[in-house]
Ligand binder design. Sequence first.
Ligand code: S3P
Length: 432
Amino acid sequence: MSMLLKTDEGIRLKGTLSVPGDKSISHRAVMFGSIAEGTTKIHGLLTGDDCLRTIDCFQKMGVQIERNEDDVEIRGRGIDGLQEPKEILDVRNSGTTIRLLLGILANAAFHACLIGDESIAKRPMDRVVQPLLKMGAKIDGRENGSFTPLSIRGGSLTGIDYISPVASAQVKSAVLLAGLRADGVTSVTEPQLSRDHTERMLRLFGCEVEEDGLKKSIKGNQTLRGTTIHIPGDISSAAFFLVAGLIVPNSELTILNTGINPTRTGIIDVLKEMGADILMERKDESSIEPVADITVKTSSLKGIEIGGDIIPRLIDEIPVIALAATQADGTTIIKDAAELKVKETNRIETVVKELSKMGARIEATEDGMKIYGKSKLHPATVDSHGDHRIGMMLAIASCLAKGETAIENNEAIGISFPRFFDLLEELKHSNT
Ligand code: S3P
């Protein structure tokens, strides 16, 4: 499908909005609720396709999950209660679903087949499969288990002390989840800290997770107990409106109830360093995840260098940070971000290709990109390449391009932000 976005002379963005629930937290809430004992109630679940895939996979393993819009009730079956699925588990576009599921199934007393869409078929699974094999799981698949389709038959597991070559919350989570059912202690050490939602949520479900700097450890044979979870707005979805409010002239936007877990707020730090006017109003701390209302006003931005330990804290926001950089004075360099190549698309390639079509001056580098400010963007026919974050970044770019921009494969946006286009239109006001 294709979506035509029209931008009139002098539009501005104004208003208060909420973004859908955090994708990473939503996946974990469904997964942990399914393997917990007792009932779990989730409020504010992201109802995008990725999280619906997670629900579908656990329903296929016999878990009773009832959903009413973004409220979900799960009758947990306990970690040994999952049933052998009679059908293939299809995660479609969802990397988090397949990688964390592998960790959960590593000890299951049955066999399961896992597949996804064309994008999943290109994404590396060996980063999760290798440590799980070391623990004793039996996994096979294309190219020796490096790519989907994958087949897994649980085994009896032994704890390992795993040094991960990549900072990846998906790898860390899969290994820790397998560790829940392994003999002894399982540890994962990453080169930089990745998002810590698994650690926080395992504690909410009554498990102990130890931390020693970048090393996270879990003891085997722990039981999860059902609980109630309120999911904050996704900062990765808020990111599109944060940048929109900063780069569209005369704008002011407030995004309510956004998750501000420090392992996710790299975008706030970077935008502030670029000169952004951002105000954060912290909400109460009753939840396991910190939350704030965030207000942004149009600001003049300057180019900066982004690299090192901050990258895992903003990896999903790099496409929209690149857009912000096209409107900054001076050059922005993004480095140490080769992980972008193995996301839903090769995001170095897709960002550079699509923003160039709109007049941005941007170059791909080996591990990131170089963006020259300040570019006047013009309308074009652009393509999400089936990547939700590329589609949304281009929709925000279209607000600076007077005329009509067509976004091809726009339906991908439903993966993480079902009402994105409606919300964007509601915030557009004329300047007169
Ligand atoms: C996610 C972790 C990140 C992120 C992805 C969601 C998660 O990937 O890019 O969108 O929910 O654990 P990696 O852990 O592979 O870096």
